[in-house]
Design a protein around this ligand. Structure first.
Ligand SMILES: [Zn+2]
Length: 211
């Protein structure tokens, strides 16, 4: 593998197909380990909070954005938006309380928990020990992006997003949905899995790449 692919600071809009496949495999292994009393492997939406707690002993806490900014040393009056934090030392995932007030909030909450869980599973050995999920351009008002072009992000962020989408939208169910040729595949996945538009869009692309 060329060295630049390993550089965690490299900005990407999409991961290499081999890496998408690796994350998919990792998520499949995790799903296989989830006992039926936590999740039956089919019911939707995927109970990601429960999986984080019961499988990884991570406590999901809903906290104010100010508390999150303080935890990472950001000016509480700044305009820096945060959806979530993973605090490895305390075994906690913090998720923005304010976002739950919106009708898209519970969908965003699940995606953010999945994103932080992705950091926990894939990046724990890497510095820093606190990972965050910033609000992405164009999604702060409605929980949605207003364009299709992906925003370049550091590799670990793209990996955590891919992990979360894979957890919340199991590939076998995604393939089944897409094989029925819905008029709007992205909207179909959004409604079916209870996710926002961007993760659904990402999942449709991933499913096409993985074949
Ligand atoms: Zn992140």
């Amino acid at each position: 593998m060329p060295e630049e692919i390993r550089d965690p600071n490299r900005l990407v809009t999409t991961l290499e197909p081999a890496e998408l496949a690796r994350i998919e495999e990792e998520v499949q292994e995790i799903r296989a380990c989830v006992p039926a009393w936590v999740w039956d492997g089919r019911s939707l939406p995927v109970p990601i909070d429960l999986i984080a707690r019961e499988i990884y002993n991570l406590r999901v806490r809903v906290v104010s954005e100010e508390a999150m900014r303080e935890a990472i040393g950001e000016d509480p009056d700044g305009h820096y938006g945060l959806s979530g934090l993973l605090i490895c030392a305390d075994g906690e995932i913090w998720v923005s309380k304010g976002e739950l007030d919106y009708d898209w909030g519970s969908r965003r909450h699940r995606f953010t928990v999945g994103h932080e869980l992705g950091h926990f599973v894939m990046h724990q050995s890497r510095e820093p020990r606190i990972f965050c999920r910033e609000i992405e351009n164009g999604e702060s008002e409605t929980g949605e992006v207003d364009q299709n072009d992906p925003v370049p992000r550091p590799v670990p962020e793209a990996e955590a997003n891919t992990f979360s989408a894979a957890m919340l939208m199991p590939i076998d169910q995604v393939r089944k949905r897409l094989s029925s040729n819905p008029a709007d595949p992205v909207k179909d996945l959004q409604d079916y899995f209870g996710v926002n538009r961007k993760p659904a869009l990402r999942r449709v692309e991933t499913a096409r790449i993985l074949g």
